[in-house]
Design a protein around this ligand. Structure first.
Ligand code: HEC
Length: 242
C-alpha cells in the first residue's frame, strides 16, 4: 500500500498539527508549546486508494525546570552554616551529573582505608606500643622463672649487711617496708626501676633530685649490699647486683 499522507493530531484536536505528504516524514514537536501533563499523539496514515490506519501514542510533557539543591540531603542532619548550590535543570541544558558517580565512593574508600593503613603501618607510635607492650609480658614471667634462681644466688650475708645499711640510711625516707611516701619519696617496693642496678648505685652514691647523696661515703661493698637488699626485699625479686 502506498502512503498518501500522514496527519498528526495532538489530543482530540480536529485540525492536524501537521500533514506530511512525502518522505522523509519528519515533524518538529515543540513540547514547550504544549501544557505539562498527559497527552496523546494521534498519527493517522492515509493510503492511496482509500483506507487509513490510526496510531495513538500517549506521552507526558514536563517542562517545568527541576530545581536541584546540592549540599543538603533529604532528612539530613545539619548544623552551622551550610553552603548550598541550587541547580536549575533546564531540559535543554542538562544539569551536570554530580549526584553520584560510584567511582567517587571507590576513590573515597581507597583514600580513607589507605589513610588508616598508613597511620598504623607507618606511625612510629605503633612500634613503640608493640615494644612497650611486649617486654613487660616477658618480664612478668621472668621473675617467676629466673627469679627463684636469682633469689637462690643472692648472698644472705650481703642481704643482712644491706638491711642494716638500709634501716640506718634509707628507711627514714623510703619506709621500713620500702613503701616510701608517695609522691615525694618514691616507693622501692614493687618499683620496676630497681631492675637497673647501676641506677641504684649511682643514685645512692651521688643523690638525685630531692634525694641527697646518702651513700657518698659508702664503700663499693656497702653500695652493693644496700642495692642487693632493696632489689630483693619488700616483695622485689631482681636478683643479685653484678
Ligand atoms: C632524704 C630522703 C631520702 C633518703 C635518706 C634516701 N632517699 Fe632514695 N630517694 C629519695 C627521693 C626524694 C627520691 C626521688 C629522687 C628523684 O626524684 O629523682 C629517691 C630515689 C631513690 C631511688 C630511685 C627510685 C626510682 O624509682 O628511680 C632509689 C633506688 C633510692 N632512692 C634508694 C635509696 C637508698 C638505697 C637509700 C639509702 C642508702 C635512699 N634512697 C635514701 C629520698 C631519699
Amino acid at each position: 500500500m502506498v502512503v498518501d499522507r500522514i496527519e498528526v493530531y495532538l489530543d482530540g484536536a480536529s485540525e492536524p498539527l501537521a500533514v506530511l505528504k512525502e518522505p522523509p516524514y519528519r515533524l518538529n514537536l515543540d513540547t514547550r508549546k504544549i501544557p505539562d501533563g498527559e497527552h496523546v499523539l494521534r498519527v493517522v496514515t492515509h493510503f492511496r486508494g482509500g483506507g487509513q490506519e490510526v496510531r495513538e501514542i500517549p506521552f507526558t510533557v514536563n517542562n517545568y525546570p527541576d530545581v536541584m539543591v546540592l549540599g543538603l540531603d533529604e532528612r539530613g542532619e545539619v548544623a552551622g552554616t551550610l553552603e548550598l548550590r541550587l541547580a536549575v535543570g533546564e531540559p535543554e541544558l542538562p544539569v551536570e551529573p554530580v549526584r553520584f558517580n560510584p567511582i567517587w565512593y571507590v576513590v573515597a574508600s581507597v583514600v580513607v582505608l589507605g589513610g588508616i593503613w598508613a597511620y598504623f603501618a607507618l606511625s612510629p607510635a605503633t612500634e613503640k606500643v608493640v615494644t612497650e607492650l611486649a617486654p613487660p609480658a616477658q618480664e612478668a614471667q621472668a621473675p617467676k622463672e629466673g627469679g627463684s634462681q636469682a633469689t637462690a644466688s643472692v648472698d644472705p650475708a650481703l642481704m643482712e649487711k644491706g638491711k642494716s645499711i638500709y634501716e640506718a640510711n634509707c628507711a627514714a625516707c623510703h619506709g621500713a617496708d620500702g613503701q616510701g611516701m608517695p609522691p615525694v619519696m618514691p616507693a622501692l617496693a614493687g618499683n620496676a626501676n630497681l631492675k637497673d642496678a647501676q641506677m641504684i648505685l649511682s643514685v645512692v652514691k651521688n643523690g638525685r633530685g630531692a634525694m641527697p647523696p646518702v651513700g657518698a661515703a659508702f664503700s663499693e661493698e656497702e653500695l652493693k649490699a644496700v642495692a642487693t637488699y632493696i632489689r630483693n626485699s619488700f616483695g622485689n625479686n631482681f636478683g643479685p647486683v653484678e
